[in-house]
Design a protein around this ligand. Sequence first.
Ligand code: CA
Length: 257
Amino acid sequence: MPQATRTFHLTLQHYAQMKMGSAMIAKLLRLSIVIGVVTGAGPIVQAGAIAIIDPSFEDVNAVTNAGQQWTSTNATTGWVTGNGGTQDPTSNNFGGTAPDGSRVAFTQGKNLLIQDVGKVILAPQQQFELAVYVGARNDGTPFGSYQLKLAYGTTDFSTTTVFATVIPNQTPDPGKYILVTLHGLAPTAAVGKELWVELEGSVQTVGQKLTSNLWDNVRLNTFPPSGPNVAVPEPGTLAIVAFGSVLAVSLRLRRRR
Ligand SMILES: [Ca+2]
């Protein structure tokens, strides 16, 4: 092959490589900008379960007497209540069989069962799903209306702000349990704060009788924010960037030869 033709050939090849490299670099820049915007918005929220301490109220250390319950001066690990405790629901015909494990929590009258689950709010509009079994006693004690709440604030519960509430209208039959859920979106002000789970018996008495609600198997899940202004890069996008970076480096090395 004549030298001139060979040189021309190489130039064309180089030109093609450069064109391909420029296009790839431009594409990489666009992808980098997209990912930069996303990562600049804060930590990426991964869907999954949030750990709750003793979610099924099986902590046997909370048992303080032969009646297999604890009172307002004792809280099972992780939980705080005003007037309530944990119990074996089969004892004294309190409430049938526990939905999970062998023990449940109870609240009496208008009272809360609460837990600080930590600083798990990472982004505005982060989604939370709280699920719990609520049950009724089987000994004539009235079941009271109830609420599930999510709140944010400090480790001092008295300073917290509720951002999601549900007042379920389902009432379990005596000795039975039903699964109820609450969905909430974290407000911007909640980011970085403690997240509190609240299970609430909302009425003190029905007729002349003190109410009692039973609780079991608390679960808390989170999901990334959704909406037109929030994007989360998919693994496929990251793979394209990684592949593109390798290709760009390869092209640059080849052009230097
Ligand atoms: Ca349980």
